[in-house]
Design a protein around this ligand. Structure first.
Ligand code: HEM
Length: 495
């Protein structure tokens, strides 16, 4: 039984921020009215009555740092516990500046993903990433700038280009898998990260070998990621500093110490690519981005390119590696699914089950728990008017566990995706709308190839230990022990 929604009167401070509807929204509203009302009561330029916000949904009442600490350190249990106690949607006050309403309702999520992106701001929702990725990252921008950059970034990640990356993924996987120990339990996460970092670096910069140039770029990025994964430091930064970009901000110092070496190599790579006489023949992402032009014929500046490259490198590698680690963690605990997948891969007859396994793994263990949009005006969502100034957050984690959507939601059961396709608003590991992950096709493609290479080479031993707990690594939900498995090499004939 799902808990019944309870109302509360905790909303007090936002009623003064009520603003009017824009002309576009007003026109859309007017078009929904019967003609007679339109002509008699509503002249086209009449000011619209502002929406009066409803009380915010209930949620934990403790001090914000305590709520934030729970959100950070007990990620899955805290979200599920809060849902069980308050029902959904519920409200989390994470800091004085960040009040988040989480929902797991596909109809509300559809509203969020299809709303006007100039009123539900994802860039502000991702504000926490700004000190790291910079102010010109596609993740931290809002429209119209966001759309301009997104259009320029899309072509390299178009489905048809995936063939070009296939060899890159297979080679990186082969190299890393050759080092896997036989017969001993080990954590796969570092290995998966090595593969996905190599893949994204080679796709972005066109680096063909893992030599000195590769290491010069990879080393500072690895350091930055490891430091970002230090949750205690992230907690202190969040609580200690609300002014993230001020001159004395610990965020700023954190970034300078960690990312300056990476900044330098990124600007060097951009300069080298700009002056490369053979650039027109290159098909790496950087070369394509340098050639890209917007509708006014303008290209990306060096500063824009820097922030976008950093975004692709960071967003594109940790997420995919963690998803792969979870997939193995789940498979090892589900011997039937593991056996069926191994058989399909080795028979080389299609990839339907592999596709279903990857989707089920991203459903049950989504690595990004929620996406957020900041409301610029009071907005009706899910039958309630939320005030300006709060974030509405489709909770990926809770939506994927919503029993109204998924039968037996806690069960790892890839077959469910052989029977029904994934829904746009209820299977959302990559978010949605005009902000849907740019690398989704790339990530799914990469995950499937790595799993294929792995299962062709190794038998994965079934695991009887309890499921690994969810731990936060930077912003991702990761397996606490790194996805520990035991493998045995397969003889050449068995492949
Ligand atoms: C399994 C792997 C991945 C997962 C689970 C994932 C998840 C996400 C999510 C949840 C978002 C936010 C969407 C929203 O706000 O609605 C996002 C955005 C983004 N992701 Fe991914 N991602 C993955 C892999 C990748 C890869 C491989 C790349 C690049 C090669 C990438 C690049 C991006 C970019 C550039 C954005 C910003 C899009 C925008 O704001 O327009 N991601 N991703």
């Amino acid at each position: 039984m799902r808990p019944v929604y309870q109302s509360c009167d905790c909303y007090t401070s936002h009623s003064a921020q009520v603003v009017g509807l824009s002309a576009g929204t007003l026109a859309a509203r007017l078009l929904e009215l019967p003609t007679i009302e339109l002509t008699v009561n509503s002249p086209p330029d009449a000011p619209a009555a502002p929406l009066a916000p409803d009380p915010l949904p209930p949620g934990p009442r403790g001090p914000a740092p305590l709520v934030f600490a729970n959100f950070l350190f007990r990620p899955g249990a805290f979200l599920e516990g809060t849902r069980d106690r308050y029902g959904t949607p519920f409200t989390l006050r994470l800091s004085s500046e960040r009040t988040v309403v989480l929902t797991d309702d596909p109809a509300t999520i559809k509203q969020v993903f299809t709303s006007d992106p100039t009123k539900l701001l994802a860039g502000v929702g991702n504000e926490v990433l700004k000190p790291l990725l910079g102010p010109r990252s596609v993740l931290t921008l809002d429209d119209p700038e966001h759309m301009r950059q997104r259009k320029l970034l899309l072509p390299p990640f178009h489905g048809e280009r995936m063939r070009l990356y296939e060899e890159v993924v297979r080679t990186a996987a082969e190299r890393e898998l050759a080092r896997w120990p036989a017969g001993e339990p080990f954590a796969v996460q570092p290995s998966m990260q090595a593969i996905t970092l190599e893949v994204i670096m080679r796709a972005v910069f066109g680096i063909s070998e893992r030599g000195e140039r590769f290491e010069t770029i990879a080393a500072p990025l690895r350091d930055a990621l490891d430091a970002m994964a230090d949750m205690r430091r992230l907690f202190v930064l969040q609580v200690a500093s609300s002014k993230r970009n001020g001159p004395l901000s610990p965020w700023r110092r954190f970034r300078e110490q960690l990312l300056h070496p990476a900044d330098r190599v990124l600007y060097d790579e951009i300069a080298a690519a700009r002056s490369d006489p053979a650039r027109a023949e290159r098909d790496d992402v950087l070369a394509l981005l340098l050639a890209a032009r917007d509708e006014d014929g303008a290209g990306l500046t060096d500063a824009e390119l820097h922030d976008e490259l950093l975004t692709l490198l960071l967003a594109g590698h940790e997420t995919t590696a963690t998803s792969l680690s979870w997939t193995l963690e789940r498979l090892a605990r589900h011997p039937q699914a593991l056996a069926r997948l191994t058989e399909e891969v080795r028979a080389g007859e299609g990839d339907d089950y592999l596709d279903a396994v990857v989707k089920e793994s991203l459903r049950l263990r989504p690595v990004v728990p929620a996406v957020a949009r900041y409301l610029t005006e009071p907005t009706e969502l899910g039958g309630r008017v939320l005030p300006a100034g709060v974030h509405i957050a489709p909770s990926i984690y809770l939506t994927h566990r919503n029993p109204d959507v998924y039968e037996d939601p806690d069960r790892f059961f890839p077959e469910r995706f052989l029977q029904r396709p994934t829904g746009t608003y209820d299977w959302i590991p990559f978010g949605g709308g005009t902000r849907r992950c740019l690398g989704a096709t790339f990530a799914l493609f990469e995950m499937k190839i790595v799993l294929e290479e792995l299962l062709r080479r190794f038998d994965v031993a079934p695991e009887t230990a309890p499921a690994e707990r969810i731990a936060r690594r930077a912003i991702t939900f990761s397996p606490r022990d790194g996805g520990r498995v035991r493998v045995a090499p397969v003889t050449a004939t068995a492949r």
